[in-house]
Design a protein around this ligand. Structure first.
Ligand SMILES: Cc1cc2nc3c(=O)[nH]c(=O)nc-3n(C[C@H](O)[C@H](O)[C@H](O)COP(=O)(O)O)c2cc1C
Length: 320
C-alpha cells in the first residue's frame, strides 16, 4: 500500500517513530545496514528499534549470500516485519562493495542472495531495485531480473522507476536526473500479477500515491517527500486501508511528547528527534517559524519539550 523509503541518515528510529504517529499502517523502512555491519558491528545499536515502530522493515545491503544469510539470522530476534535487499543504491561506497544498484547486472547472484536470506527468514524477504543501470535496456533486463528473483522465492518487489547511472552521477543526481518511467513499472505488474509490485520515485502527495494504486500497483513507496513534507504524504494515509485513524499535525506533535520525554530522560538530545520533524508544516503559514525555533533551539544543552511549545506558537501565531 504505502511505505516510507529507506533513507540513510534520515529514517533512523526517531524518524520512524515520528512517521508512525501519522499512520498505523504504512510500512517504515530502516536506513540500509550492510550485512557485514550486522555481523561485525554494534548490532543492538544498528538493529534496535522501538515496539511502537511496527510494521517496520530492515533493509540490508550486501552481495554475499552466506554473509546475508548470517545477517538475517542475527536480525531475526529483533522482530522486523520484513527484510529487504538493497539493489538500488548507487553510491560509490556501495558500489565498491559490489552491492546496491550494480547488482542489477548480476541477477543470478541476487537470486542466490535472496534464496539464502529466505532460508533464514520467518518474514517476507523483499527486493528494492532500479529499472536498470547504465546502458541496460530496462524493458529487457527488468522483467528478466524480476523473473529470476521470483524463481528464488521473492514475492514482493519495490521498483525505483528510474535507472541508476553508475558512472558520472552523484547519488543525489541519480535520484533526480535519470527520467522516471512509471509505465514500465505498471507493465511489470501486468507481467507478474502474482507478485506484489510497489513503485517508488517522485511521488510527492497522498493523492498521487492513490492514483498509482488505482492504476493497479500494490504499493507506493515515498522517500524524500515523506521526509520533507510528511503532512502532504502521511496525514490521512490510513484511509488507503479504510482505517479512520487520521490525526492532524498538532495531534502528531502531542503524540511525540512522551517519546521525546523518554529520550531526554535517558540523556538524549532534543535535536536528535526534532531534526526529523522540521518539515511538518511545509508549505503552510508558519512553517518557517516552526523550523527556525526548532533548528536554532534544539541543539542547545538542556533543550526540552517547552521548545516544541514555542515552535508551535510560532506556527499558530502565523496561522491566526
Ligand atoms: C538521504 C537519502 C538516503 C537514501 N538512502 C537509501 C538507502 O539507504 N537505501 C535505499 O534503498 N535507498 C536509499 N535512498 C533512495 C530512496 O529510498 C528512494 O528510492 C529515492 O529517494 C526515490 O524516492 P523519492 O523520489 O520518493 O524520494 C535514499 C534517498 C535519500 C534522499
Amino acid at each position: 500500500m504505502l511505505s516510507v523509503a529507506p533513507m540513510m541518515d534520515w529514517t533512523d528510529r526517531h524518524c520512524r517513530h515520528f512517521h508512525r504517529q501519522f499512520t498505523r499502517r504504512a510500512m517504515l523502512y530502516t536506513e540500509m545496514v550492510t550485512a557485514a555491519a550486522v555481523i561485525h558491528g554494534p548490532r543492538d545499536r544498528l538493529l534496535g528499534h522501538g515496539a511502537a515502530e511496527h510494521p517496520v522493515a530492515l533493509q540490508l545491503g550486501g552481495s554475499d549470500p552466506a554473509e546475508l544469510a548470517q545477517a538475517v539470522r542475527l536480525a531475526v530476534p529483533y522482530g522486523y516485519d520484513e527484510i529487504n535487499l538493497n539493489v538500488g543504491c548507487p553510491s560509490d561506497r556501495v558500489q565498491s562493495g559490489c552491492f546496491g544498484a550494480v547488482l542489477m547486472e548480476r541477477p543470478a547472484l541476487v537470486a542466490e542472495c535472496v534464496a539464502a536470506m529466505i532460508g533464514e527468514s520467518p518474514v517476507p524477504v523483499t527486493v528494492k531495485c532500479r529499472i536498470g543501470v547504465d546502458d541496460q535496456v530496462p524493458e529487457q533486463v527488468l522483467p528478466a531480473f524480476i523473473d529470476q528473483i521470483a524463481q528464488a522465492g521473492v514475492r514482493h518487489v519495490i521498483i525505483h522507476a528510474r535507472k541508476a547511472w553508475l558512472q558520472g552521477l552523484s547519488p543525489k543526481e541519480n535520484r533526480e536526473i535519470p527520467p522516471l518511467d512509471y509505465p514500465l513499472v505498471l507493465a511489470m505488474k501486468a507481467a507478474f500479477p502474482q507478485l506484489t509490485i510497489c513503485i517508488n520515485g517522485g511521488v510527492t502527495t497522498l493523492a498521487q500515491a492513490k492514483d498509482l494504486l488505482d492504476q493497479g500497483l500494490d504499493g507506493v513507496m515515498v522517500g524524500r517527500a515523506a521526509y520533507h513534507d510528511p503532512g502532504a504524504v502521511l496525514l490521512g494515509a490510513d484511509a488507503l486501508w479504510g482505517d479512520d485513524f487520521a490525526p492532524d499535525a498538532v495531534q502528531v506533535i502531542d503524540a511525540m511528547r512522551p517519546y521525546i520525554a523518554g529520550h531526554l530522560a535517558e540523556g538524549g538530545r532534543l535535536h536528535q528527534i526534532t531534526r526529523h520533524m522540521l518539515g511538518l508544516f511545509a508549505g503552510q503559514p508558519g512553517a518557517r517559524g516552526w523550523r527556525r525555533v526548532l533548528s536554532e533551539g534544539a541543539t542547545r544543552p538542556g533543550a526540552g519539550l517547552d521548545l516544541l511549545d514555542r515552535a508551535l506558537e510560532a506556527v499558530q501565531a502565523r496561522a491566526a
